[in-house]
Design a protein around this ligand. Structure first.
Ligand code: ARG
Length: 585
């Protein structure tokens, strides 16, 4: 099944050709969802933009288009409105047949992409020996959701964790490891450094206070980069330790990632510099090698360079990202590369992309996108911190979400005088708590900052995970109450849409393919959240207006189909956000 808007587009394209000739075969008929339900469901805006070109009045253009338009099976008689818009209202009979097709379609109308693309999603990407902070959490949640949606569309997605596992800080860390845990290197497996972050801090203190230490650290970087086995082993040890910590978070959140850190691109960095040189792009500036950029200037209006080789001969974040682009284009054969990081890195990516294009690393048929996001704020409106001003540990943040969700659940069970098993309570609290964190993040337009509040994200009312999960569980309760197995509903179940609220719900259910393709394009997961939230509100209105179990046949079956499709759409939509459903809660 094709998205409704697509079907309408095709009909208008045919009419455009019939009306004005083959030249208009590729003209976009400008179909959009109606801004107000009073005007119908969709609107065609092409007459206004064609009027000039055709030297006709917009309303005349609209009339000609309508004369040649074949759309009876989809819509009621279209109307020309205002200066020349065409308003379209879908026919109930059309909605009924479309919905019927969904009963046996486990993709709920969302077709697989054709052609399917090779897409890299670069997300999460914390730094070794440093805290994985809320910014990484945002990247993890948003990146995972984008990957899930693209995978559902049958794209070939590579989920890459571009961890910061290389750089000068390793000289300091290795030197400190050798000083403080000299035996670590001989009994590698036995080492448990505990909290790597405090290890990092202790190493930093030694680095800052002792000139000898500093010098040894500097030499350690050189040794590591030249492949000295002992240094590499120490480095491995540190990475291993961090990896274990990161993995705990990924397991809790059900995130799949392939690690391909910065160090992976090491062997390719020299060649990158060589290629840039061959292209004549390199300039020496105070001993460093740079590429000058278009459109980036400093305060004085002078052009800004992107440094690709530091004056000490070392490479940096940008060099690695250039090498990563080459690898992803040439080896992975990626057609779209998506980077999920905070908005603070917007310049970095714009610069790297520009240089990559200039150097010919990025052919025109490969799209690179920086999926930027805003900050996570505390309830005081400032960057999220602990009370003592430290960065919040992700593990603690997630534990806290689960604890708050547990407290809410226990209160609710007590007020409803319900007895549940310990298992049920633990599992429900965990699912609701973690889902609340994910949903709170995904439901915001990612460009904005958002306030992290357990109270808000766990609220049973509003655009929250508990509300959505509750909506799903309530639909399921109908099947329990009526002793009905939704799976028994078959493709020939009758569908009769009469009540206004049934029509509204039906239209919403049929919008899923449009929403998914919008998110696939603009990579804004909040659109899917908004859609699911609207769906549950429309379902509630339907449920208030239309008795289901008490209705007589064939209406009863028809309404059960609406219930089932709502539940399945919620379940699918939530799964694309990385959120599992609960049959009861
Ligand atoms: N490690 C970086 C950070 O913590 C994010 C890496 C993003 N990916 C990339 N290819 N640069 O800020």
């Amino acid at each position: 099944m094709t998205a409704i808007i697509q079907q309408i587009k095709e009909r208008f394209s045919q009419s455009l050709v019939k009306s004005f000739g083959e030249n208009f075969a590729d003209t976009d008929p400008l179909i959009v969802a109606a801004s107000n339900p009073r005007f119908g469901d969709y609107q065609c805006n092409i007459s206004l933009s064609l009027a000039k070109e055709l030297k006709q009045k917009p309303r005349e253009v609209a009339a000609t288009l309508l004369k040649n338009l074949e759309i009876d099976d989809l819509c009621q008689t279209p109307e020309i409105a205002g200066p020349g818009f065409i308003n379209l209202t879908l026919k109930p009979s059309y909605l009924e047949t479309q919905l019927k097709d969904l009963i046996t379609d486990n993709r709920l109308g969302v077709v697989a992409a054709n052609p399917s693309q090779k897409i890299i999603v670069d997300f999460s990407s914390p730094n070794i020996a440093k805290e994985m902070h809320v910014g990484h959490l945002r990247s993890t949640i948003i990146g995972d959701c984008i990957a899930r949606i693209l995978e559902f569309r049958h794209h070939q997605v590579i989920r890459l964790n571009h961890v910061g596992d290389w750089g000068t800080q390793f000289g300091m860390l290795i030197t400190y490891l050798q000083e403080a845990h000299p035996s670590a290197l001989t009994q590698a497996d036995a080492l448990d450094l505990g909290d790597l972050v405090s290890f990092y801090k202790k190493a930093k203190i030694r680095f800052d206070e002792d000139e000898n230490f500093k010098e040894t650290a500097r030499q350690a970087v050189v040794k590591l980069q030249s492949g000295d086995p002992q240094s590499r082993q120490a480095w491995q040890l540190l990475c291993q330790q961090s990896r274990r910590e990161f993995q705990k978070i990924y397991d809790i959140l059900d995130i799949k990632l392939t690690e391909r850190g910065e160090s992976f691109y090491n062997p390719y960095l020299e060649a990158i510099i060589r290629e840039l040189d061959q292209q004549g792009l390199l300039t020496e500036d105070n001993g460093a090698l740079c590429v000058f950029l278009d459109g980036f200037t400093n305060k004085e209006g002078e052009p800004l360079p992107l440094i690709v080789k530091k004056s000490d001969g070392g490479y940096n974040y940008a060099t690695t990202d250039l090498a990563a682009i080459c690898y992803r284009v040439r080896q992975d054969k990626a057609e779209r590369i998506i980077y999920v990081t905070d908005a603070g890195q917007a310049n970095h990516f714009a610069q790297v992309f520009q240089v990559a294009k200039k150097a010919g690393f990025l052919p025109d048929n490969v799209a690179v996108v920086h999926v930027a996001f805003g900050l996570v704020l505390g309830e005081d409106g400032k960057k999220l911190k602990t009370r003592s001003g430290e960065t919040v540990k992700l593990q603690e943040l997630l534990d806290q979400a689960i604890a708050c969700s547990l407290a809410d659940l226990e209160k609710r069970l007590a007020s409803e005088e319900r007895e549940e098993t310990g298992d049920f309570i633990a599992k429900t609290a965990e699912t609701v708590g973690l889902s609340a964190v994910k949903y709170a993040d995904l439901s915001q337009n990612r460009h904005s900052n958002y306030v992290f509040s357990y109270d808000k994200m766990l609220n049973l009312q509003g655009n929250t995970a508990p509300y959505m999960l509750y909506a799903y569980a309530r639909v399921q309760s109908i099947s329990r109450e009526g002793g009905i197995n939704f799976q028994d509903l078959s493709a020939n179940s009758s569908l009769i849409l009469k009540d206004e609220s049934e029509l509204i719900l039906a239209k919403q259910l049929l919008q899923l393919p449009e929403v998914i393709s919008a998110v696939e394009e603009d990579l804004l997961p909040n659109r899917l959240c908004d859609y699911l939230y609207e769906l549950s509100k429309k379902y509630n209105r339907f449920y208030e207006n239309c008795p289901v179990l008490k209705a007589a046949e064939p209406i009863k079956t028809s309404r059960l189909v609406l219930c089932d499709l709502t539940a399945r759409t919620l379940k699918l939509g939530l799964s694309l956000l990385g959120i599992p459903v609960l049959e009861r809660m």
